[in-house]
Design a protein around this ligand. Structure first.
Ligand SMILES: CC(C)(COP(=O)(O)OP(=O)(O)OC[C@H]1O[C@@H](n2cnc3c(N)ncnc32)[C@H](O)[C@@H]1OP(=O)(O)O)[C@@H](O)C(=O)NCCC(=O)NCCS
Length: 190
């Protein structure tokens, strides 16, 4: 079976109703959400279902991350959010909820797959993101995938009894085609 997007480590497929229970568990996990807005309020499974159903619109494209093998279990979700049709921009977000899969290159490959998809298939001009400055794994994964730092929002996130700065990053179409496209095309095209 071919998945919607495939790398050598992970694949991305649509979210199914059966994934909701796992999403609910991840979103209530204090460690998995340590640097995030997610996890600030408790959420019921029904609230998580509603949240993801609302996002399944033309403005956001949320996919389930699985290992790239047959019948693989979901390990997280990622997507391009707030697709803007005149600016041709979108926000990238990723969440690997299964903690044993952190630090194995999956976050980097998900970022690469969704930027490839955003430029190659959606004809975007700009993909941006926000990340807590202390989320070292996240910042490094995004830089490896070609995102550049654009600025810092001071005290942008409150969590764990303190404020965190967030780093805004983006990748622009012209730069992507100069630096990453041909390698991604070889890895991710059919
Ligand atoms: C943040 C996240 C997406 C990163 O994905 P990942 O698969 O864990 O990261 P990768 O394995 O692709 O690592 C990218 C680089 O960062 C390094 N890295 C990973 N975790 C790190 C950490 N905690 N501290 C320092 N470096 C780290 C890796 O070694 C790798 O560098 P290398 O290629 O030079 O070895 C993932 O851990 C995650 O989803 N965490 C929970 C939710 C979250 O924080 N989402 C992001 C919100 S912006």
């Amino acid at each position: 079976m071919k998945y919607f997007l495939e790398g050598s480590l992970v694949a991305l497929r649509p979210l199914f109703e059966a994934d909701i229970r796992l999403l609910w568990q991840w979103l209530n996990d204090r460690e998995a959400t340590y640097f995030m807005f997610y996890g600030q309020r408790p959420q019921t499974e029904e609230q998580v279902r509603e949240h993801f159903m609302k996002q399944a619109t033309n403005e956001s494209n949320v996919l389930c991350i699985i290992l790239n093998k047959k019948n693989a279990r979901p390990i997280g979700f990622a997507g391009l959010y707030d697709l803007h049709f005149t600016a041709r921009s979108a926000e990238f977000r990723v969440f690997i909820g299964e903690k044993k899969f952190w630090g194995k290159g999956f976050g980097t490959e998900v970022t690469e797959l969704l930027t490839f998809y955003g430029f190659d298939r959606l004809n975007l001009n700009r993909i941006y993101l926000g990340v807590t400055s202390e989320n070292k794994g996240g910042v490094k994964a995004y830089e490896k995938a070609g995102f550049k730092r654009e600025g810092i929002l001071k005290d942008d996130i409150y969590r764990n009894s303190r404020y965190y700065d967030s780093i805004r990053m983006a990748i622009l179409r012209d730069n992507y085609y100069k630096t990453h496209y041909s390698a991604h095309k070889k890895r991710f095209s059919l």
